[in-house]
Design a protein. Structure first.
Length: 102
């Protein structure tokens, strides 16, 4: 069952997520900082996990600060790879090359 989230914060996160271009990724913490909530990267992850309730968003472009993918979402790697995202040998996104600069 979805957790009730602040609609203003949800809109801020989703609006930023839409701005991430193909071939780039952002971290949960980066999005949290951009909406003025630097301590709320888990809140961003929570919103992303429920994003399908609000429409079609490029959730696959969000990773953790080290470039790790969502653990239970195998399709994420394929979607990013198809956009040209570069991965390191350990399977993480190369954040130096592919992190969205906003």
């Amino acid at each position: 069952m979805p957790v009730k989230l602040n609609p203003v914060v949800v809109e801020q996160v989703l609006a930023l997520m839409e701005q991430i271009p193909p071939g780039k990724v952002a971290s949960y913490g980066q999005i949290a900082r951009l909406i003025g909530r630097p301590q709320n990267s888990r809140l961003v992850a929570q919103i992303i996990s429920q994003a399908d309730l609000y429409g079609n968003y490029p959730c696959h472009r969000l990773v953790n600060h080290a470039g790790r993918l969502a653990p239970a979402w195998e399709e994420q790697e394929h979607l990013l790879w198809a956009e040209g995202v570069i991965f390191k040998p350990n399977g993480c996104v190369d954040m130096k090359t592919c992190q969205w600069e906003k």
